[in-house]
Design a protein around this ligand. Sequence first.
Ligand SMILES: CC(C)(COP(=O)(O)OP(=O)(O)OC[C@H]1O[C@@H](n2cnc3c(N)ncnc32)[C@H](O)[C@@H]1OP(=O)(O)O)[C@@H](O)C(=O)NCCC(=O)NCCS
Length: 184
Amino acid sequence: MFATTPAGLSGVGRHRVPGAARWHRFATISPSDGPTSRRPGQENDPVRIRTGRDGDVELLLAFWGSAAHGTSVSDDAAGVAALLAHDPQAVLIAEVDGVVVGTLIAGWDGWRCHLYRLAVAPEHRRAGIARALLAAARERFLALGGRRIDAMVDDTNTQAHALYRAADYRSQPSWTRWVHPLGG
Ligand SMILES: CC(C)(COP(=O)(O)OP(=O)(O)OC[C@H]1O[C@@H](n2cnc3c(N)ncnc32)[C@H](O)[C@@H]1OP(=O)(O)O)[C@@H](O)C(=O)NCCC(=O)NCCS
């Protein structure tokens, strides 16, 4: 069973529910109603999705160290603190009994919707948590007036490809990310 905390996730209901590699953009093409998922035999430990708080910096860094695919240029205390100060509602955290089991940053800049740091704890995979996080992000973006969701996905990350396909995203292989590092 999935539930979202009332605070923070406006419009989100209950869900039953870089480095050297090349990255491709995945985008939603046919939005559908929130995905259905299942956690067989786990009715007593519902997954709750909440938004970020000031005190989440170390918790998020530690979680990504064990669950995320690679590292991000912003994976340090200053980077995460800046995000939480700028838009804590963008930080979606899935918890079971208060323990983090998944994350997704649903970034909205007033123009585009972009996903970052989608990760689920290894022992909780294939239980629909990523789907639920994607559904929560979708509801946030819809409420904000977003028109399309983008996700940068490593070309070698086949489990992420499978997830995004299952969640109705499609790859746009004709687009490639171009980057320009700022600072050291
Ligand atoms: C990719 C990841 C986020 C998926 O999380 P998850 O909670 O296990 O995904 P879900 O249970 O919601 O899966 C939904 C569907 O996606 C597909 N899927 C997810 N993981 C898959 C895998 N390893 N192999 C094949 N299909 C997969 C399936 O269709 C699945 O539905 P099913 O279980 O009913 O068959 C998780 O494996 C993870 O954290 N990986 C490491 C970090 C990472 O790669 N993040 C993505 C960065 S872009």
